[in-house]
Design a binder for this molecule. Structure first.
Ligand SMILES: Cc1cc2nc3c(=O)[nH]c(=O)nc-3n(C[C@H](O)[C@H](O)[C@H](O)COP(=O)(O)OP(=O)(O)OC[C@H]3O[C@@H](n4cnc5c(N)ncnc54)[C@H](O)[C@@H]3O)c2cc1C
Length: 440
């Protein structure tokens, strides 16, 4: 027997690690662990846990139709693997996860396996290129997006296959797991999937974004993606996050349909490799010299921002969209993040954490990248003196006020608050505080 451990790759199709597990072994037993170390930090109404729970049920149904089933546990992975390996020793196959907690966890499990004369075998599945695959000539990681993306694209051409007359990169290849589905452990185990309630979570009965996106959205992406009132972006973030879709498949399609969309997928790889190469960014600014900014960190102002009551409609609409749906349009994410860090001078880490709690598509690398970009502390960041004017952003990207009216019911009435801070005053204050911090 061999174990396949699902983590951020919750699908049977085109799954690199699962493909290797099935191809190279007989009797592959799928396993999923609801990780207490992660879940204990979440609120009981966290919608993402419902998403994972539903997805595991779906996976199990598919496995049942193949005569197999997934073993689902709730606890600390190291304890669970110790027990499983004791009961039935076997190698574990899994896909790599690059977040600091995951790296530490996998190191521990790998050690446990080695001590037992077994192996934890890991594969690349979550990204197109890992940190050591796209490097500068001198072998160091890129920290600026444009040259990184050029090298990323050049690397694709290194190995290119002609397939159905469409040029397809080796790195976009499909792993045909379905060829080996008969090698799943043919055993419907009696373990039930723990209920959400038993793990301390409430079920959410809203709708998650679908896994597919119309070709029209991708084709018009370059022209329409910046307008939050339009349904013009893919909303695939949650699926990339949990691996319910394959990044290779989507990147392959994007490469033939729309380069701007492909570039967004490259941003995802870019931030993933930044996190791998510079793990200090989890707690600290990417650029050391930004360490000394004196954030005002006013708690009541932070609360006003969180609730979407700043009096700046673009900021408020975005925060209300986030609170209500777990999603916020990218243009608006940039505006609210700039407002928090530059207008209110609140530490980017506060905003980052708020997004981490709320976003369905929360991803440590991209979220950290987005926040450090907006606050000017990150790689390739918006310079500190570039301060979005939330009013002109509104005039530019939501001219007809459709987006803000969708999210702010009291807009235009006396119940809508006045701006909490004057833009020119805040701009000047921000420049002074940043200059002072940088001068230290
Ligand atoms: C402050 C801030 C925080 C952010 N936090 C996250 C986060 O936690 N998770 C996350 O996936 N993205 C994050 N982003 C990036 C971006 O806003 C979202 O990926 C995008 O809005 C998700 O919507 P979509 O799926 O419709 O994206 P689309 O516009 O359809 O893009 C397709 C996919 O490309 C990737 N992508 C797009 N833009 C970026 C980007 N700038 N950086 C990295 N990947 C990108 C995502 O996987 C996205 O799903 C953040 C951006 C900012 C400014």
């Amino acid at each position: 027997m061999t174990y396949f451990w699902f983590r951020r790759d919750l699908r049977l199709q085109d799954n690199a690690g699962l493909y290797h597990a099935l191809k190279e072994n007989e009797n592959v037993q799928p396993v999923f662990i609801f990780d207490k170390n992660i879940l204990d930090k979440l609120k009981s109404d966290d919608r993402r846990v419902t998403f994972i729970h539903q997805t595991i049920h779906n996976l199990n149904r598919k496995l049942n139709s193949l005569g197999s089933s997934i073993k689902v546990y709730y606890g600390s992975p190291i304890d669970i693997w110790k027990e499983l390996i004791q009961q039935s020793p076997a190698n574990i196959y899994t896909n790599r996860d690059y977040e600091p907690y995951a790296l530490k966890r996998d190191e521990q499990i790998s050690e446990l396996m080695t001590n037992e004369g077994l192996e934890l075998k890991t594969f690349k599945d979550h990204v197109i290129f890992e940190k050591d695959e796209v490097l500068k000539k001198d072998g160091t990681p890129y920290t600026v997006f444009t040259p990184y993306s050029k090298k990323w694209k050049a690397k694709l051409l290194e190995k290119t296959e002609i397939e159905n007359e469409v040029q397809s990169s080796f790195y976009f290849k499909t792993y045909p797991t379905e060829k080996y589905f008969s090698k799943f452990n043919q055993h419907q185990n009696e373990r039930t999937i723990p209920s959400l309630e038993s793990m301390g979570f409430e079920s959410w009965d809203g709708h998650f974004p679908p896994q597919s996106v119309t070709q029209g959205i991708i084709k018009n992406y370059s022209q329409q993606r910046d307008f939050p009132a339009l349904d013009a972006t893919s909303k695939l973030g949650i699926h990339f996050r949990f691996g319910t879709i394959s990044i290779r498949e989507k990147a392959r399609k994007a490469s033939t349909l729309n380069e701007t969309f492909l570039n967004e997928l490259i941003w995802r790889d870019f931030y993933a490799q930044i996190l791998q190469a510079f793990p200090h960014i989890v707690n600290e600014p990417f650029r050391e010299k930004y360490k000394h900014i004196e954030w005002r960190n006013n708690e009541s102002e932070f609360k006003i921002w969180c609730e979407g009551k700043t009096g700046y409609p673009m900021v408020d609409a975005g925060m209300r969209q986030l609170n209500e749906t777990g999603y916020m349009h990218n243009r608006v994410r940039m505006v609210v993040a700039s407002f928090l860090t530059k207008h209110l001078l609140i530490d980017w880490r506060w905003g980052e954490q708020y997004f981490a709690d709320k976003l369905l598509d929360f991803d440590l690398a991209s979220n950290n990248g987005g926040w450090q970009w907006a606050s000017g502390t990150g790689t390739d960041a918006a310079p500190y003196f570039r301060i979005f004017n939330p009013t002109s952003q509104l005039e530019k990207f939501d001219k007809e006020l459709k987006y803000i009216k969708e999210w702010i019911s009291e807009y235009g009435t006396s119940h809508y608050p006045k701006p909490m801070v004057d833009h020119s005053f805040a701009r000047k204050r921000c420049l002074e505080v940043y200059k002072k911090g940088l001068g230290k």
